[in-house]
Structure formats: structure tokens, C-alpha cells
Design a protein around this ligand. Sequence first.
Ligand SMILES: [Zn+2]
Ligand SMILES: [Zn+2]
Ligand SMILES: [Zn+2]
Length: 91
Amino acid sequence: MPTCSHLDRITTEAPDPAQPTGCQECLESGAIWVHLRRCLTCGHLGCCDSSTNKHASRHYEATGHPLIASHQPGENWGWCYPERLFLEFAR
Ligand SMILES: [Zn+2]
Ligand SMILES: [Zn+2]
Ligand SMILES: [Zn+2]
């Protein structure tokens, strides 16, 4: 099974669930999104590729932060953009 070489870029803990969460850019422009993805390097929340604006992918393109995780309740997977690797996180 291929292993992601970017795991040392994971620097954020899971965010405080009490905080309101949403795609910041979509909230500012009044757009709606489908699902949320969390950047594991800086904690940025962006919307998924099924959303119109694809802010999570744009965040990767803008910053080079390689790893995201699903921010949907109960979902425990992530994605490495540069290696196109699906990751499963043990909890
Ligand atoms: Zn990787
Ligand atoms: Zn968005
Ligand atoms: Zn980031």
C-alpha cells in the first residue's frame, strides 16, 4: 500500500467542534458548498470538489499545503493532492 510522504506536514489538531465552521471564502461571498475539507497544515476550511468554488483545491494550489481531511462528521479520511493518495486515519 503506498504511503504518503507528507505526513510530517500535519501540524493541526482537529478544530474545536464548538466553533462555527464553514468555508470562509464561501461565507464571505454568500456561496453555498457541498462538503467541507480541512487543511492539515494550517487548519484552513474549504469546500470540496463537488462544490462550485472548490476552495479546498484552490487552497492547495495557492499554498502548496499537500494534505486535507474530510470535515464531515464521522468521516475519517484524507487526501494528498501531490501524490493523489487516499488516506485513512485511525482514530
Ligand atoms: Zn503525500
Ligand atoms: Zn468555498
Ligand atoms: Zn493550509
